[in-house]
Design a protein around this ligand. Structure first.
Ligand code: COA
Ligand code: AMP
Length: 629
């Protein structure tokens, strides 16, 4: 069948389509129906089924004769380690940790926060939670104590599983002080922690509260898989919204299993047994779906890579990993390729490696710029597929369905809608835009299985954030257009979310931090273009008159405060001190105009601007930072 036939078969009978895909999953009690629309426009899938995620990702492969097949390859150029973990070994590890969690009182529906670097034990921890029906929430290691504290208070976890440290190329990141700081800051106090001690920086453990990863598992009876209902949350993953409070995206168990399994062959074009590599981090949705769950559910080998595209040790590291582990399909963010291209513009390092195992490169997480796509095509000599999705969807919404049929690539477009997604471009009044015209990208409800049914304990916010602007549709927060052949072009965000090196960040959250500086009277944060990271945050602060501190001191404070509060991943290093901010007559800060000035692109003078002369002041303040033309 061709892509168009498959998409049509889904459109004709969505219920039948998803029930058929559900046959790839091992159920305790199979679903009798797919969609539950009893609370429309809030939809759920496979609610009458009973199933276990971990069983489908691990146990069933062991039971089906693939115990000795490699489940995980851990490749850490930072520590010089390569390790292979079979499905049987993974099962032992997961069941043992799950047993320890169970013995310490963690059960069905309890939350567990996981704060770990890119080590295979992070996957063990995720799977151990889903094994016993506990709901994990992984927090990216590049977030600081405050962000962790916010998530502790929202998820109210019974336990936290962490490592003693993470390893960045230039430094060892001590996790324990961040963890202790977060627990101290949070109102909610978890019952206990489990700490994986790493040789590079072991930490002190508080007796009776912090338990060593290995010691806590001593003599434990391994835990069996606990069946959960299809709509039980497998995990919560926090993502940036417009305000400082992150959104707790809920991932429903059954839909997650069904949808992820479907993507591995139809989209990423791998068969069970093939090696699949997503060079991302378990702290992001890409890591959840395509480092941990989907490859394991589908019976692939997944690569856990602890390194960076450059500097660990050089810009050839990706080629080495592809060669050494015979990677079949490879997924990363465009920024990683921009980093490699910057270090090795001619792509000379690839000549030292044999990457003939590779069938295609998949890019997502941010806009894939044409230069990067063309460079990757030329250097790697494989098809390069851009695809578009978000934390909320959990799997590709738009892409090139290479496992069904490789459609012609149009550079600049992530290609076409996947089954399950009816993508529309809407005007502000909700009417549909004609082909080729820009509008808000929305998806006709219901969203497919595996997508978020709600936000964690925030149904009102879910409805307000996603379902209210365009009744009957899910609002993606992205703007773009569809061409006459149904190819989507994603152009920009419609909100204040920015994308820094494939990491989704909230400028609103940064503004809240800057506004707390005692010498800052007013502030704004925007995302400006950056050749490597796509976007970088840039702060503008107006200082209080009469402050005794110099502008340089205030700028340094602002940079430090954002780093200490959100974390180094925010890459917040650009701050301009200005006398006033450009505003409309009603007092709204003209952030988009400021972005145009910083990027030195054309813009239309806003009709409602209060005082156009401020724009020249803004441009002047940007020049020392290398922006504004
Ligand atoms: N734990 C602690 N700190 C972390 C971290 C982690 N897991 N991840 C990043 N950081 C820190 C970095 O050390 C850096 O700190 P610094 O300001 O002290 O140098 C800062 O956060 C920014 O990190 P990063 O975004 O990685 O930038 P970089 O300049 O170190 O590297 C790239 C640039 C392009 C190589 C890097 O961003 C990259 O590999 N991007 C791929 C993106 C990706 O996989 N995205 C996932 C979505 S698919
Ligand atoms: P995240 O939830 O962190 O995965 O970020 C999702 C957001 O990243 C999307 O809403 C887009 O703004 C952006 N994004 C992801 N993939 C793409 C892509 N292929 N092209 C353009 N933007 C993308």
């Amino acid at each position: 069948m061709r892509y168009a036939d498959i998409y049509q078969s889904w459109q004709d009978d969505p219920e039948g389509f998803w029930m058929k895909q559900a046959q790839a999953i091992d159920w305790v009690t199979p679903p009798t129906r797919a969609l539950n629309d009893s609370r429309a426009p809030l939809y759920e899938w496979f609610t009458d089924a009973q199933v276990n995620t971990c069983y489908n990702a691990v146990d069933r492969h062991v039971e089906n004769g693939r115990a000795d097949h490699t489940a995980i390859i851990y490749d850490s150029p930072i520590t010089g380690t390569v390790a292979h973990i079979t499905y049987a070994e993974l099962l032992n590890r997961v069941a043992s940790l799950a047993g320890a969690l169970r013995d310490k009182g963690v059960g069905l529906g309890d939350r567990v926060i996981i704060y770990m670097p890119m080590v295979p034990d992070a996957l063990t921890a995720m799977l151990a939670c889903t094994r016993i029906g506990a709901i994990h929430s992984v927090v990216f290691g590049g977030f600081a104590a405050h962000e962790l504290a916010v998530r502790i208070d929202d998820a109210t976890p019974k336990a936290i599983i962490a490592a003693s440290c993470g390893l960045e190329p230039n430094r060892v990141v001590a996790y324990k002080p961040l963890l202790d700081g977060a627990i101290a800051q949070a109102k909610h106090k978890p019952d206990f922690t489990i700490i994986l001690q790493r040789d590079q920086l072991p930490c002190d453990l508080t007796p009776g509260y912090d338990f060593d990863w290995h010691a806590v598992q001593d003599g434990v009876t391994p835990a069996d898989c606990v069946p959960v209902s299809g709509d039980h949350p497998a995990y919560i993953l926090y993502t940036s919204g417009t305000t400082g409070a992150p959104k707790g995206v809920v991932r429903p168990t059954a839909g997650h299993l069904v949808a992820l399994h479907w993507t591995m062959k139809n989209f990423y074009n791998v068969d069970p047994g093939d090696v699949f590599w997503a060079a991302s981090d378990v702290g992001w949705v890409v890591g959840h779906s395509y480092i941990c769950y989907a490859p394991l559910i589908h019976g692939n080998t997944t690569v856990v890579f602890e390194g960076k595209p450059v500097g660990t040790p050089d810009a050839g590291t990706f080629w080495r990993v592809i060669q050494d582990h015979k990677v079949r399909s490879f997924f990363t963010a465009p920024t990683a390729f921009r980093a490699i291209k910057r270090e090795d513009p001619e792509g000379l390092l690839i000549k030292d490696y044999d990457i003939s195992s590779l069938r295609a490169l998949y890019l997502a997480g941010e806009r894939a710029d044409p230069d990067t796509i063309i460079w990757a095509q030329n250097v790697m000599q494989v098809p390069v597929y851009d695809h578009w999705w978000q934390t909320e969807s959990g799997f590709p919404m738009v892409g090139n369905p290479a496992g069904i049929e490789a459609l012609p690539v149009k550079i600049g477009s992530p290609t076409v809608a996947m089954p399950g997604y009816d993508i529309r471009i809407l005007a502000d009044d909700g009417s549909e835009m004609p082909a080729g015209e820009l509008g808000s990208i929305a998806i006709k409800l219901p969203l497919p299985p595996g997508t978020l049914p709600t936000l964690w304990q925030a149904e009102d916010r879910f409805v307000k954030s996603y379902l209210t602007t365009f009744p009957g549709y899910y609002e993606t927060g992205d703007a773009g257009l569809l061409d006459a052949e149904g190819y989507l072009y994603v152009m920009a965000r419609t909100d204040d979310v920015i994308n820094v090196a494939g990491h989704r960040l909230s400028t609103g959250a940064m503004e809240e931090i800057l506004a707390n500086h005692p010498d800052v009277a007013e502030c704004a944060v925007i995302g400006v273009s950056d050749a490597l990271k796509g976007q970088l945050p840039m702060g503008f602060v107006c200082t209080n008159s009469g402050t005794s501190r110099s502008d340089d001191e205030i700028v340094a404070d602002c940079i430090r405060m954002v780093r200490e509060s959100i974390g180094p991943v925010a890459a917040f290093k650009l701050v301009a001190v200005v006398n006033r901010l450009p505003k409309t007559r009603s007092g709204k800060i003209l952030r988009r105009t400021m972005v145009s000035i910083a990027d030195n692109t054309d813009f239309k003078m806003p009709a409602t601007i209060d005082d156009p002369a401020i724009l020249d002041e803004i441009r002047d303040s940007l020049r020392p930072l290398g922006y504004g033309g």
